[in-house]
Design a protein around this ligand. Sequence first.
Ligand code: CA
Ligand code: CA
Ligand code: CA
Length: 337
Amino acid sequence: METVLRVFAAGDKSGSGKIEKPKITAVLKQIDPVTFNDTFISALFGDGNEGLVDLTGFTSWVTGKSESKDFVESPELQDDLEDLDMDTSVVDDMLNKALDKFKELDANGNGELDMTELKALCMWTFQQFGRSFKNDAEKNKAMDKQIKRYKKIGDTWDFDTFESYYLKQMTDIEVYQVKRSEAFEKGYNKSAAAKKFKELDVDGSGFLDGAEVEVFAEWIFSSFHPDGKPLTEEQKKAESKKLLQRLDAKKGNSDGKLSFVEVDFFIDEKIQQIETFKKKAAEREEKQKKKEAEKKAAKEAKAAKKKPEANAMAGLAGATLMEKGQAEEAKEKPAEN
Ligand SMILES: [Ca+2]
Ligand SMILES: [Ca+2]
Ligand SMILES: [Ca+2]
């Protein structure tokens, strides 16, 4: 519970003990988007866009330590919060998520994370922020840099250390998602992924669902199987189910549809992979052509060797022809001047 407070406090750079609406909204939505919905946020802050909440008081209340709601000043807002009938178990859910992640990372199960185990956290973080690398060398360099930062926190991490890092990270990821989502909605994002998403979102709902996900799955499949048979209806359904499972259920908010921020990095990755795939296919074709040309040349050379006389005759004929051509060309040249 104290970790939640520490996370909120980390967001409070001014040290005033108060936190602004956008920051707390991002954190709360990450903890539980259903409980901490817009009704909750407006009960907490009123309907204005600005707003500050006293951190310590809020954390005591949200974690069930205190019933007092005087972290909001207006009695009206206090009444609104009363009406919400808060269930504080959602905060525990968030901490359970942290615990699950910790167990997943603790490969040898000794209750601590060492630097080798933290490499997986490093990769996860890169993924969440959509960092891609040109090659392994570049990736390893970024990883070393990150591990150095982790070492500053501690050579081995117990759950408490991990928990505060993780919750802070989740907040940052959420804030980054909000930014990406806004940039996409306002049309500032001109990336190939944004273009592809718009193309796939036929009804312009801002989400990919139903048949749109099937077209999405089909695009990926056909890009990697340019000469293959198209997917059957059944396969399309199965592939789109897999995509939803992976991007919405496992990594997203499990609402059965795909938002831009649930798929943008994935589309980016696929576009890059498709480009590489096409390049390699073109190289293979080029190589094959070269091989065939060499084979043909070798065959001709072999045939020529077998008939040296014929070859000599042909050579002579060729030379004669060439000489003839040159003589004619020479004849024409003075006329040009
Ligand atoms: Ca361990
Ligand atoms: Ca749609
Ligand atoms: Ca979703």
